[in-house]
Design a protein around this ligand. Structure first.
Ligand code: IVH
Length: 667
């Protein structure tokens, strides 16, 4: 094929694929099969490969993303991305209506639409093509996430038709449907990864991924709800959105115009019910004054427009029945009651379990087996029981009695004055506590040993590990005898355990799981004492002298080191060669860099990049992977990446050398 013919065919194919994308992703009315679509796509990709001169970032073939690991640049929004003020009752909506009428009279109409619960995005188009996608950020500046957004099939890269303004911005909400969210979490669970708490978190997490080819695999979608620009075709919101629908944007049909507030209330009440059947989350209704001249008359407050308001739905509730209560024992021995419910549909998922928190909560609700209960879903995965329907209670039900012995090991539970939770004190004999401690030990922020919880359970059940120290005497042959392991997975686990010997002291301290010693306290302790020896010989006064260490933490540390079992564990870990100390010079450093954020780039003469990172943290500073408006310094060595150079220039961030940096932290 010659160049001219290729150019023509590429254009035809792009046009056809755009059309089929629109039919599939926007109208949900495909005209061809997936197989036929793939044939067209393959032909396009082959031609683009053969004739790279015709490549185009907005070609339908570019939806697969790229593997490049980029960092987000931040830019100022051309129009600030404001939020909406919220109302929760019809009275508040009436007050809004009264304010509007007072300022502009009665000659106007409202537009009402759904309030999608996702992540806001601003899409800029020039000459019919998507040029930039920016997140909300702080409302004035946001992250440029164009490459990630290009992978979202329902966002047009090139617009349909001809009558669009040369340059405009359209804003909307990126979200994940319940179905897509469910599938994603299933895959993550199967791969031993953390699951997302809700579709909104999954969306936000996905948009922040640095690798757009991973984004391309996630089921993101986007509804548009706001147009901005100097030459929009119409002088009102509804009419412009209707036009934008023709250009290929996904503008849901639920949008309505109203002249009268009572009709609007009917719409709100209707959706309060109907939202339960929607395949995605909404958290309210947005009400906007339609005409732009009226909007201008009303203007803005500092944070939000006076011409629009959000009516937020109350958290979604479902009615179910309490069948039984399980008690779960965590790694600290805390016992959490979990309700088993009659399965019920709630906010897009089927709920079978709900948290009851602790004995006080149970008493407060006076919850009884067989009760009809109201379940609510907040931001968390596990819903909660917020009330019971006393009217439906059976006359002979008895008040619920909290268990007094551990469901796992039978030990008598204890409850400390002032604490809500019951604890099983059998720290070293109660299986979920032992397993929980090992799982905490290997977790990413601790020793970062890569294996699934199920593996730990298996190793524990067959008696290969009794505590975290035993991990270091595992041999590959031991693993190969187990069902779960093959040659490669066994080697991987052994390697990962080996590598953990280099994990820095502060993370080793965190990994021990001493009660109340979280990540931050572990860091402070590591810096203050600089070795296990000094920490273990510190008395109460010496302990509370350390930053962030109070009475409760000090007592817990003393108790840990006095316990023969933990002493035994520490011996095993020391013998395994874990980092039990850090360079006292490094530990001595103070908080000279507190409040400062650094980005390191290039190679250096006297320190490795990891050493520099540790120095920054040891001095109270922060390391960031990418340059943003929050970066204070670029610590630059030989060969700073060109993209980083360009960014620091744009954002006016000073570059300092290794020497200058060392001066900054000189004692
Ligand atoms: S209009 C100045 N319309 O809600 C008006 N926002 O609290 C701009 N949202 O940041 C917003 N659905 O992320 C508008 N139909 C809708 C919306 C909507 C969801 C989000 C959006 C915005 C937030 C405001």
């Amino acid at each position: 094929m010659d160049k001219a013919a290729a150019d023509k065919r590429i254009k035809e194919l792009r046009e056809a694929l755009r059309h089929h994308n629109y039919r599939y992703y926007i109208l949900s009315q495909p005209e061809i099969t997936d197989f036929e679509y793939d044939i067209l796509m393959n032909e396009l990709q082959a031609l683009e490969k053969e004739f790279p001169a015709f490549s185009d970032v907005n070609s339908p073939s570019q939806r697969v993303g790229s593997d490049l690991n980029r960092e987000f640049l931040q830019v100022a929004h051309k129009y600030p991305m404001l939020s909406l003020s919220n109302t929760y009752t019809e009275e508040e909506v009436l007050e809004f209506d009264a304010r509007v009428r007072k300022l502009i009279g009665d000659d106007f109409e409202y537009v009402a639409e759904l309030k999608y619960d996702g992540v806001a995005i601003g899409l800029s188009y020039e000459n019919s093509s998507l040029v930039q996608a920016v997140t909300r950020g702080d409302g004035l500046r946001g992250d440029v996430v164009t490459d990630n957004v290009r992978t979202i099939r329902s966002i047009p890269l090139v617009l349909r038709g001809k009558d669009h303004p040369q340059s405009f911005e359209i804003r909307g909400e990126i979200f994940m449907s319940h179905e897509g969210f469910g599938r994603l979490n299933e895959q993550r669970q199967a791969a031993g990864e953390d699951v997302f708490a809700n579709p909104r978190n999954a969306t936000a997490g996905t948009l922040k991924l640095q690798n757009s080819s991973l984004v391309a695999k996630r089921p993101l979608d986007c509804f548009l709800y706001h147009m901005l620009g100097e030459n929009l075709p119409f002088s009102s919101h509804f009419e412009n959105l209707t036009a934008a629908r023709e250009w290929g944007f996904k503008i849901p049909g639920y949008i309505r115009k109203f002249e009268n507030i009572q009709d609007l209330f009917t719409y709100i009440r209707d959706w309060e019910e109907r939202r339960k059947g929607l395949p995605f989350d909404i958290d309210g209704i947005v009400i906007k004054v339609n005409r732009y001249d009226r909007q201008e008359q009303l203007g803005f407050t500092a944070k939000s427009p006076r011409w629009a308001i959000a009516y937020k739905f109350k958290a979604e509730q479902a009615v179910s029945r309490l069948l039984s209560v399980d008690f779960q024992v965590g790694r600290t021995g805390a016992v959490t009651p979990v309700a088993n419910l009659e399965p019920v549909q709630l906010a897009g998922t089927i709920v079978k379990r709900a948290s009851l928190h602790n004995a006080d909560q149970i008493k407060l609700l006076d919850i009884r087996l067989g009760d009809e209960v109201y379940v609510e879903k907040g931001g968390d995965i596990i819903p909660k029981i917020v009330g019971i329907n006393l009217a439906s209670r059976d006359g002979d039900s008895a008040a619920f009695v909290f268990i007094d012995s551990c469901p796992e090991c039978g030990t008598q539970l204890v409850r400390t004055e002032g604490e809500a939770a019951h604890y099983c004190p059998n720290e070293y004999g109660c299986p979920p506590q032992i397993r929980g401690r090992i799982e905490h030990f290997i977790s990413r922020k601790a020793m970062d040993i890569g294996t699934a919880e199920a593996t730990i359970e298996q190793l524990f059940n067959v008696g290969l590990i009794q505590d975290a120290g035993d991990l270091y005497s595992l041999r590959k042959e031991d693993l190969l005898r187990l069902e779960r392991f093959a040659e490669k997975s066994a080697s991987n686990l052994i390697d990962s355990i080996d590598n953990s010997r280099d994990v820095p002291f502060e993370r080793v301290l965190f990994a021990l799981g001493i009660r109340y010693v979280g990540e931050t306290v572990a860091k402070k302790l590591a810096r203050h004492f600089s070795s296990v020896d000094r920490l273990r010989s510190a008395d109460y006064e010496a302990l509370v002298a350390a930053d962030e260490v109070g009475e409760r933490i000090a007592e817990s540390i003393i108790q840990f080191f006095n316990d023969p079992k933990s002493r035994h564990l520490m011996d095993k870990l020391e013998f395994a060669g874990l980092q039990f100390s850090m360079d006292p010079e490094q530990a001595k450093t103070g908080n000279k860099l507190e409040g400062l954020t650094f980005v390191i780039s290039g190679s250096f003469e006297t320190h490795s990049r990891d050493e520099l990172k540790q120095l920054i943290e040891a001095n109270g500073g922060k390391n960031a992977g990418s340059i943003s408006s929050r970066t204070d310094y670029l610590l630059g060595g030989e060969g700073i990446g060109p993209s980083k150079l360009k960014k620091v220039e744009t954002l006016d961030i000073p570059i300092i050398s290794e020497d200058e940096f060392l001066v900054m932290i000189r004692p």
